[in-house]
Design a protein around this ligand. Structure first.
Ligand SMILES: [Ca+2]
Ligand SMILES: [Ca+2]
Ligand SMILES: [Ca+2]
Length: 350
């Protein structure tokens, strides 16, 4: 065997071996200077479900665009197109650019529908896993695998009009699009209403695509809009604002409890202000009630809740240029530096 042939035999398998998949997220740019991008998936009766779960990770970047229209930014779902009015999406998951709430919406017939909101504010730059479920009569919204709210549909069944599935934009009236600006990852459609346990178990996991009940699945791995279920719901990029970014889902946390808190919000009232420093001092020195989550009080994230934390908070609040509470502030998210501080589920973080 010649040397060249030997080299070729060595090289060919190496060249043909699949490269390891590159995790990535979908990055949609929809701004007020004219860049627009969303993903279109051809209409298919397989996505026109009467019972379903629609879930996705989102990280809004900016307000998006609606040309003077409503503030609901369409994350994913089936909107009606080419019509105006209210109740014009058979189903859709939204982020409100004005209130920063996530909401799920479905319509039972033209002009009639039901929506359910989170008790939250997902600020631009913060991430959250959102899921809406419908089991035929009740629409429910979950964030980070925890139930936020439910609403009973006034009429049975969802009405479909033969529209495409879109990610990142929806029609409002003729020519108006509720365009979402930010990142999206792990978009999934199931043919049944998943529960808290099921959502929580898989929200940080990659799926194989063959899970029972999974109808469509876009993970955007390798910068692809392909449907990983084999059902053929591949996406098509529309506009120049469709791109891909580094993943923002913690696949390392697959199967673990996703416990979020807001560092600095020591008294767990959803805000960071003087009351948190006062609460922290009372807890430490005058027998005040214990914090819901000591990590929220550990404002300097050194793994200990002590006098230096209320001092840090006071500096952050009143000394210009002083550091703010450390990450995940100002988001509700997991502790980037795991420690042994006790922390229960916050009533103000999803
Ligand atoms: Ca507070
Ligand atoms: Ca500390
Ligand atoms: Ca920590």
């Amino acid at each position: 065997m010649t040397l060249t042939r030997r080299l070729l035999l060595l090289l060919v398998p190496a060249l043909c071996a699949p490269l390891s998949a590159q995790e990535s997220s979908l990055q949609l740019v929809n701004d007020d200077v004219g860049t627009s991008g969303y993903v279109r998936v051809a209409r298919d009766p397989g996505l026109e479900l009467q019972e379903f779960t629609l879930e996705a990770w989102i990280e809004p970047n900016g307000p998006g665009v609606s040309t003077g229209g409503p503030s609901g930014r369409f994350i994913a779902g089936i909107p009606q197109e080419g019509v105006s009015g209210s109740a014009i999406a058979p189903y859709g998951l939204h982020w409100n650019s004005a209130t920063h709430e996530v909401y799920g919406y479905l319509s039972t017939e033209t002009g009639s529908g039901v929506s359910t909101y989170c008790i939250c504010e997902i600020e631009p730059g913060c991430r959250v896993h959102a899921a809406m479920t419908f089991e035929g009569s009740t629409l429910s919204l979950y964030l980070n695998g925890r139930l936020q709210s439910s609403e009973q549909a006034s009429l049975p069944g969802i009405t479909y009009y033969g529209n495409d599935f879109l990610i990142g934009a929806a029609n409002y009236a003729f020519g108006y699009l509720r365009r979402y600006d930010g990142k999206v990852e792990e978009v999934r459609v199931w043919d049944y209403a998943r529960n808290e346990e099921e959502l929580g178990e898989t929200l940080n996991c990659s799926l194989t695509g063959t899970e029972t009940g999974l109808v469509a699945y876009w993970d955007f791995t390798d910068g692809s809009l392909a449907d990983r279920t084999g059902h053929g719901h591949d996406g098509i990029a529309v506009g120049t604002g469709v791109g891909f970014a580094a993943p923002f889902v913690d696949h390392d946390l697959c199967g673990e409890e996703f416990l979020t808190f807001s560092r600095g919000d020591c008294n767990d009232d959803g805000m960071f202000n003087l009351a948190d420093a006062v609460f922290g001092l009372a807890t430490l020195f005058t027998g005040g009630s214990a914090a819901v989550c000591d990590d929220a009080c550990d404002s300097n994230d050194d793994g200990t809740f002590n006098i230096s934390d209320p001092v840090w908070m006071l500096s952050a609040l009143f000394l210009s240029g002083a550091p703010q509470p450390l990450a995940p502030f100002p988001c509700c998210d997991v502790d980037p530096t795991p420690d042994t501080l006790p922390c229960a589920v916050s009533s103000n973080c999803p």
